[in-house]
Design a protein around this ligand. Structure first.
Ligand SMILES: [Mg+2]
Length: 270
């Protein structure tokens, strides 16, 4: 049931009861990247991870599996984080790769959607050409999606940008339009999302005898599937937001700084 973020309990204020619930449990940590680990910036390439957060993720990963589920392409987000021991789900979880869950096992690998990368490439070419004259526009082709960033474009250009996005979706049948923070994204028409990626990863993590408790932290509409999947699996969904917004997450963190504090507490959990 969606409710306003204002009604959500702070994950930090609720820490005593959360700690009691999570202590001694085999956790699995799922994190969005932009707006969750790094503040939202005007251009995606500027969202670099602070060294102290990288160190913190390394400490967490020494205790629990840590997965980054990002809208970025996997080969884009993985170097930004720069830790081989993490699991990376790029393109909203369409492209998953990680170290072997247990010694002697094969590395984690899952790729959803055959034929999608070719359609993505075609759509990106069409959009780049159609929108080339709009100042500040950024068409970002990824392996499984095309992002059209309009954070830096004049507001009056928006109707034209959206028309071109709609026309592109109409001519590439495998893709559909989604919307995020100042970005349109053309994503595959496949029932797969960050929630499905969370379930896929969770099913492959040891110990098989006991289910892991997933914790999902994210800030955008695409993270709602992650909150839902985490909570259905008996875990915790935490929205990063400084203003009320509809969500199915059960807790709130106000900004990336609070995320860092929360992750520090998880890393130090008894
Ligand atoms: Mg985000």
């Amino acid at each position: 049931m969606a409710e306003g973020a204002a009604a959500l309990a702070s994950a930090l204020a609720s820490w005593p009861s959360l700690a009691q619930r999570l202590t001694g449990q085999p956790l699995a940590i799922f994190l969005d990247y932009d707006g969750t680990l790094t503040p939202i910036v005007s251009r995606p390439e500027l969202a670099t991870l602070p060294p102290e957060v990288r160190k913190l993720l390394g400490r967490l990963a020494a205790r629990f599996p840590v997965a980054i589920l990002s809208g970025r392409a996997r080969d884009n987000v993985a170097p930004l984080v720069g830790l081989d021991e993490l699991i990376y789900g790029g393109s909203h979880g369409f492209d998953i790769s990680g170290p072997p869950p247990e010694t002697g096992e094969a590395p984690l690998r899952h790729e959803v959607g055959e034929g999608i990368p070719a359609q993505v490439e075609g759509a990106a070419e069409r959009l780049s050409a159609a929108l080339a004259d709009i100042p500040g526009i950024l068409v970002e082709p990824k392996r499984f999606a095309v992002a059209v960033h309009f954070r830096l474009t004049p507001p009056e250009a928006l109707p034209r940008i959206e028309r071109e996005v709609d026309a592109t979706v109409a001519s590439f049948s495998a893709l559909r339009k989604t919307e995020g923070k100042k970005v349109f994204e053309l994503r595959p028409r496949i029932a797969w999302d960050k929630g499905a990626a969370l379930r896929w990863i969770l099913n492959r993590l040891p110990p098989s005898s006991q289910s892991r408790v997933p914790i999902y932290i994210g800030d955008d509409t695409t993270d709602e599937d992650g909150f839902e999947a985490a909570q259905e699996a008996g875990g915790v969904g935490i929205l990063v937001a400084n203003a009320p917004q509809p969500t199915c997450a059960s807790f709130l963190l106000h900004d990336t700084r609070e995320v860092e504090v929360f992750l520090t507490r998880l890393a130090e959990l008894a």
